[in-house]
Design a protein around this ligand. Sequence first.
Ligand SMILES: *Cc1c(COP(=O)(O)O)cnc(C)c1O
Ligand SMILES: [Zn+2]
Length: 419
Amino acid sequence: MSYVRGLKCRECGQAYPEKGVHVCETCFGPLEVQYDYAAMRGKVTRESISAGPRNLWRYRDLLPINGTPRSGLHSGMTPLKRARNLEKVLGVRELYIKDDSANYPTWSYKERVVSVAITKAIELGYDTVGCASTGNLANSVAAHAAEAGLRAFVMIPHDLEQGKVLGSLIFNPTMVRIEGNYDDVNRLCSEIADKYRWAIVNVNLRPFYTEGAKTFGFEIAEQMGWKLPKHTVCPTAGGTILPKIYKGYREFIHLGLVEDNQPRIYSAQAAGCNPVVEAIQAGRDLIKPQKPKTIAKSIAIGNPADGFYVVQAVKESGGWGADATDAEIVDAIKLLARTEGTWTEPAGGTTLAATIKLIESGRIPRDESICVCITGNGLKTVEVVVDQLEPPASIPPSLDAFDRLMSGRATTETLPVAV
Ligand SMILES: *Cc1c(COP(=O)(O)O)cnc(C)c1O
Ligand SMILES: [Zn+2]
């Protein structure tokens, strides 16, 4: 049973069948999956969803597949944590962390988009998948392709963190480092998608891929007890996740699964790559491309494909945007770890740092519910904290030495922290 009714151009409305196409032939607008929401009424309910599997496929009625899920059978349903310690530090009443640093199998939000794209690639008869990636997407495509028995080609910028590079290589894809930034990688992948019959998940399978990101929003709503947070702060890279969380909220409202509390959504970017936040703050719809320069490499996209739709979702919801310097990003990573026991990568540090700015500037009121979207895991980006943490003391194995350390008399010899 599928409620999908094909693809449609977001700009001119032209209809397309479900296949590996992503731009309109007439106006070059992006294509989006269409659903028959009227047919879902009374069938897609809180009960039907609750009875589903404990993974992201519990929302399959709202995802663009026709057969059975072929990938991601253990992905999604990540923790939504009430962040009581952080509430105290920030002086807010109700704060949640939606934690995709714990998303199986490669520890980022990308499992969501990849689970849908790989299932769709198999449905459409592809035997090879690929992606243009800032690291996490490559990890996820490589892992899901290995499990599904597909060939994988993953393309990344040449200067990524070691954890991101090894985090793909271990799954044995063909990996190519491109001597350029992400925008160069993406352009090359568009040309590859035109020439080879491959499913490039975020290029020609993009309409299906992006729908997977809705599950991040669905889970927030369900895990809050079928309620929406009033304020959701979300990182922006290519611009997939933010509009799709918002779309997920709107779909749940439309189906009567949650009350419409007029949820607001906010974009977080690094100051060294903030084309979307810059446009939001300047009150412009169009994005001015930038050359990224930030430690937040997973969200360093200077010319975001769906940046325009991020601005639209933020504006429509009454949200805003905030950016964070590299130093603020590292501070926020450390703050989240020591208050809530969650180690995120710079994308998550960016989101928390932006949340703090939005609270302090009064854009987000202190007495309303706030959800911070944590999208990636800190173990992949040890480089950004290795020089920022106090190295442990090193002592001989004697109680005497330990006592001296406790009384503060020991000279603490520093251990080199190897990367
Ligand atoms: C890909 C990614 C994002 C967001 O990317 P979008 O293209 O805007 O969806 C955010 N955080 C992390 C860790 C990512 O890997
Ligand atoms: Zn069109």
